[in-house]
Design a protein around this ligand. Structure first.
Ligand code: ATP
Ligand code: MG
Length: 503
């Protein structure tokens, strides 16, 4: 080990004047910061603030354009991600980077120089894999293909991979965005064990509750620069939001309740396999109806089935009293039904195309049989301004946008389709608090214009604040309906979990 006396003050990571420019964009600007071993250091800030980019510089996924990075007291030049891993930095990306067709064990030991584990034998590798998986509480066969695992399990593999290289610095980029509450609690357990072993954890999050729960200190970024670094214990929510957004967000949930109009969407006796069972409900003009339930309750399957992505086996869907024949999503879109899916990866963002093309793709502005480029651009610019999509010009390829801004592009697309009925499935995932409140504003406006909105969310405060009614699903069925007058978290949770309900 090092010959110098162990010094507890020596930071695990120290950044001095670190910056990163891309053509036309300063993604990170002059960041100076140090993180001691054993600290959970949260990075927060608006979409596009530079959080992921900064982490990629630490993990040496990309070289900085200025400044120095020290790991464990030693300045490291840019040598690439392999070198960073050998120096003890491991990063779990916003979008996972596992190789889906390799086994769990193969993923764990990818890129290991031979010899690190002594003679690597198949059996030895499997044994080592089991040990690592046990440390992150994952009980799966190391021979399983990664593609067969759930998102949460894949993330555990990523964490195990970090342990495999004996990480001293672990970077987690929005790790809970697609986890259930229980999985999140388990992840926090693992994070606490790792920090107890002296690992420094750099943790990107938009969720205030989790920042306060897991963070020791928080660094807020805006426009690439550090706005403030503070101990979490010295902050309250309002102040943190102000630092993140640069203004007061006094109303996170803007909702104007008007009395609902005629029934627009009527779903009757819809079934598909055991995920959607005999579901019937209505949504009126001007209503936002929430769909609550545990993960796996069938909410997404219901939406997909109405939308024609997984056409129902029985049942009917009516819009304004007319029965629709929907066998594909194209049928649904043509009929006036939109669906913002929960996963941006599979929601058909054309990553190479510009923001403008991606927004107008579901309903191209045509003029005399040609795509009307002027209209396309102005539509895109209006969306960009309305949702604050952070992009220097609307023709910029979507792949160059930050994760949250990509999410906004998908949202903008659905807002532009002119759909009469819109399903929003976990739409706020990955969006910063300011952007979320703008998104809710737009949902409210849709309702005010007489559209019918179905809002799926696992975060109850969102549903309780935005909806007129909440339908609760369990095991593929609607198990209860809660009108706004009776809204309470307990009531919804009881219906979702099947705990005995008073009514
Ligand atoms: N490879 C790239 N080429 C060009 N610009 C990029 C590239 N990667 C990121 N950017 C830009 O750098 C800025 C910071 O992006 P970054 O992904 O770091 O934001 P973020 O804080 O992680 O946001 P989010 O909360 O949305 O994930 C954005 O303006 C983004 O468009
Ligand atoms: Mg990011």
């Amino acid at each position: 080990m090092a010959s110098t006396a162990p010094s507890p003050a020596r930071p695990a990571v120290a950044l001095t004047g670190v910056g990163k420019r891309f053509p036309g964009v300063v993604a990170v600007s002059d960041v100076t910061l140090s993180v001691p071993p054993g600290e959970v250091h949260v990075f927060a800030g608006e979409n596009g603030a530079g959080k992921s980019t900064l982490m990629k510089l630490v993990a040496q996924v990309e070289p900085p354009t200025s400044g120095t990075i020290e790991l464990d007291g030693r300045s490291v030049g840019y040598q690439g991600p392999g070198a960073a891993r050998r120096l003890g930095v491991s990063m779990v990306h916003q979008e996972f980077a596992l190789a889906p067709d390799l086994s769990v064990a193969e993923n764990l030991f990818i890129g290991h120089e031979p010899g690190r584990w002594g003679w690597i034998t198949r059996a030895g590798e499997r044994r080592a894999a089991r040990d690592l998986l046990a440390r992150v509480g994952l009980d799966v066969d190391p021979n399983r293909r990664v593609s067969q695992l759930s998102t949460a399990e894949q993330q555990r593999v990523e964490l195990a991979k970090a342990l495999a290289v004996r990480a001293k610095v672990l970077i987690l980029d929005e790790p809970t965005a697609s986890l259930t509450e229980r999985e999140t609690a388990e992840l926090f357990g693992i994070v606490r064990e790792l920090t107890a072993q002296g690992i420094a954890v750099l943790y990107i999050s938009h969720r205030l509750d989790e920042i306060f729960e897991i963070g020791d200190r928080v660094t807020v970024m805006r426009d690439g620069a550090v706005v403030a670094t503070r101990p979490v214990s010295e902050l309250d929510e309002a102040e943190l939001v102000r630092l993140m957004v640069g203004r007061d967000v006094d109303n996170l949930y803007p909702r104007s309740h008007a009395s609902p109009g005629e029934v627009r969407l009527r779903v009757s006796g819809l079934s598909r396999g055991d995920r959607v069972r005999d579901v019937s409900f209505e949504v009126r003009a001007g209503e936002i109806v929430g769909l609550a339930g545990l993960v796996g309750a069938g909410r997404t399957e219901l939406a997909r089935s109405v939308f024609g992505a997984e056409p129902p086996e029985t049942g009917t869907v009516e819009l304004d009293g007319a029965t629709l024949r929907i066998r594909t999503p194209a049928d649904a879109i043509a009929a006036g039904i939109g669906y913002l899916t929960e996963s941006r990866k599979t929601d058909g963002l054309a990553l190479q195309l510009g923001v403008d093309k991606n927004i107008t793709m579901a309903r191209l502005p045509m003029r005399g049989g040609l795509i009307d480029l002027r209209t396309e651009r102005s539509v895109a610019e209006r969306s960009r301004d309305g949702l604050r999509i952070r992009v220097p010009w609307v023709g910029r390829p979507v792949r160059l946008l930050s994760g949250g801004n990509q999410q906004k592009v998908i949202l903008a697309r659905w807002l532009e389709t002119g759909a009469e009925v819109l399903f929003f499935d976990e739409p706020g995932r990955g969006m910063d608090v300011g952007a979320k409140s703008e998104m809710f504003q737009q949902m409210d406006e849709l309702a005010a214009r007489g559209k019918a909105v179905v809002f799926i969310s696992s975060y109850l405060p969102e549903l309780l604040n935005m909806c007129d009614r909440i339908l609760v699903m369990r095991g593929g069925r609607i198990t209860g309906e809660v009108p706004r007058a009776d809204f309470s978290e307990e009531r919804v949770v009881a219906l979702a979990t099947g705990a005995r309900d008073e009514s």
